[in-house]
Design a protein around this ligand. Sequence first.
Ligand code: 13P
Ligand code: SF4
Length: 351
Amino acid sequence: MQPLALKDWYETFNRNAGDLYPGRYTREYTSRLTDTARRVRELAQRKRSLIVAHNYQFPELQEIAVEVGDSLGLSRYVAKQTAPRVDFCGVWFMGETAKTIMGERAKVYMPDKPGCSLVDSIDRARLMHWKESFPDGVVISYVNTDAATKAISDYICTSRNAAQVLDHAAKANPGKRILFLPDKFLGSVSISQSEIVDPSLVDLYDGFCHVHAKIGETALEEAFDRYPEAELLIHPECGCASHCMARVMQGNSPYQKAFFLSTEGMVHHAARSGAREFIVGTEMGMVYRLRRRMPDKVFHPVSPEAVCEYMKMNTLEKLLDSLEQDRIEVTIEPETARKAQLAIDRMLSIQ
Ligand code: 13P
Ligand code: SF4
């Protein structure tokens, strides 16, 4: 996508995000944002920094970034870069993943230190207990885990490739128990999408994302009542995902036009689909990304509550501060990084 001229920010933000963040993009605030953006661009150029942003970031961060995407897309992107610095606008585990991949090649900074409820849901003692109980078991960790958990995992996956990684791990380790962690909704949807012959061999950890867990049947029904012609794009972390998928597979769902997709999968699907209208079942930031990419199509947020307060801790002002002060650098203990890298590499080689 062409970079958006700063003079167009006010109109574009209000057109594409006025309903997502009501009252945010006043003339005065947007004018301050564009002043900040100028300084961010200058400094990023001077420091040879690549600014990347996750799909859930505020519009101004998506516009200032050289690359916007999902966790897998951004990991792949930074893996190919040679810049000495990355400013990562996302949550902490994403910055850690970028740092793990880039190693000593680049410094990784973040505007803030946002957590993630999935990362927090992992109890290390429970994980170690499972590993001791099944010494030849296979651990598949969702990318939404900290570097220390990745380091004791066999594979990493993202929402885009979870079923593929499950298939690969099951074929490479026939008959062995698999632990999928931490998201139980993603795990269950991915088992349904995979070719795994014996799902009873897969243990699902019972973590969940507090933002997506709230996107349950009621949110879906209300959105569908409002926009009955729309296709439903559902992130597999959603609380409704496994139940809804089971009903779709049985052919008795009211939402036969439901698609279970990672954030980037939503972009690809909407671009190819003949449908004009979509309900976006994930965090609000995604709606802005989709509207900007496909101005001729209509995207509705599934619920006004689908906002990740962790993702929204990053702001353009904090990004400027990070470029000026080099305050929040992502560092990982070298042995942890080395082991985490092995699991990430295994994932990247499966594509
Ligand atoms: P993606 O892997 O689709 O980027 O999702 C990450 C995430 O945090 C979802 O809540
Ligand atoms: Fe974590 Fe959920 Fe926020 Fe994604 S939306 S970063 S899974 S808390």
